[in-house]
Design a protein around this ligand. Structure first.
Ligand code: ADE
Ligand code: ZN
Length: 326
């Protein structure tokens, strides 16, 4: 059996994928046409050629600009459905996708338009593709805590559609503590909590420390820099906290696939998982991320199985459902 066949047939879970980061160049064009939007690019190939990311802000500016083609509930439905189809084709059977409502409400798109389109795709994907999912609403950390709080209140009528909240976008000078009140309220509403601690960001060890001690997160997105502090590693392992690592994304944003770091996490008993982050932009879905670890860091089948098992284990699916996969 080839490594690719092994990776393909393994039932997998994805816990760190931004739905807006699954917007493929071809889809940007079809949505622009349908919505009467003029693009500065002439072909999908020109769009891909413009993907020149070297750090988080250079990625984010392209990511937010492209979203302008998403306007109607059907657009959000299609965005999510196209991702779920790709997930199904790679035998990703369970997903906890992120979405960024503030990136849409700030353009005049109603919160309900966004979440209703995504939720309808989740139902259809479960029924027709067998891909189950639970949605995580992310706040943009470079916007105010007040805006985050307002969006959390918008979500109160949709709690049946959400499993948790997250925190993403530009991390520089936007620490977890800025959102302590909003996340406390989210927990009171019964939501799980996760936050990005992006690789090699300013003040990153303080950010990870605040996630643990102030926010009491249920998971950490990325979190690779915890390895620089033994006490953080010990605490993350003791709590059994999942870390959603995104190798190909890291290769783009910080020029490091983080293969050695992922091995180090496993050796320390930290529950690392492998994820695609923004697969349309980094040109790699789940299987391409796993294969990058095989090809560029000599990962073994055993290591890939451990990472995949970790994802089911630290996921927020019901304990009853987990027994199907563990
Ligand atoms: N939003 C989408 N992808 C992101 C990433 N990798 N880091 C922070 N915010 C994001
Ligand atoms: Zn991310």
């Amino acid at each position: 059996e080839s490594m690719l066949d092994f990776v393909q047939q393994l039932p997998k879970a994805e816990l760190h994928v931004h739905l807006e980061g699954t917007l493929e160049p071809e889809h940007i064009f079809s949505l622009a046409k349908r919505n009467g939007i003029e693009l500065v690019y002439k072909t999908p190939e020109e769009v891909v050629a413009a993907y020149d990311f070297h750090d988080l802000p250079s990625f984010l500016s392209i990511y937010y600009a492209a979203m302008d083609v998403l306007r109607t509930e059907d657009d959000f439905y299609e965005l999510a459905m196209h991702y779920f189809q790709r997930a199904a084709a790679q035998n990703v059977v369970y997903v906890e996708p992120f979405f960024d409502p503030q990136a849409h409400t700030s353009r005049g798109i109603a919160f309900d338009t966004v979440i209703n389109g995504i939720a309808r795709a989740q139902q259809d994907a479960a029924a027709s593709l067998g891909v189950e999912s639970n949605l995580i609403m992310c706040f943009l950390r470079d916007m105010s805590a007040e805006s985050a709080a307002e969006h959390l209140e918008m979500a109160v009528g949709h709690l049946d559609k959400l499993i948790g909240v997250g925190l993403d976008s530009d991390e520089k000078d936007n620490p977890p503590s800025k959102f302590a009140e909003v996340f406390a309220r989210a927990r009171d509403l019964g939501l799980k909590l996760t936050m990005h601690c992006d690789v090699n960001q300013k003040d990153i060890l303080e950010h990870i420390g605040e996630c643990l001690d102030l926010i009491a997160v249920d998971r950490i997105d990325h979190g690779v820099n915890a390895l620089q502090d033994d006490a953080l590693c010990t605490e993350i392992a003791r709590r059994g906290l999942g870390l959603t690592v995104c190798p190909v994304s890291n290769r783009f944003v910080v020029q490091n696939l983080t293969g050695n770091e992922i091995r180090d996490m496993l050796a320390r008993g930290m529950k690392a998982t492998i994820n695609s982050d923004d697969p349309a932009y980094f040109r790699a879905y789940m299987n391409e991320n796993l294969m990058a670890l095989v090809e560029d860091a000599d990962f073994t089948k055993d290591e890939l199985m451990t990472l995949t098992r970790n994802a089911f284990e630290v996921s927020w699916m019901s304990d009853e459902r987990k027994t199907d996969y563990l």
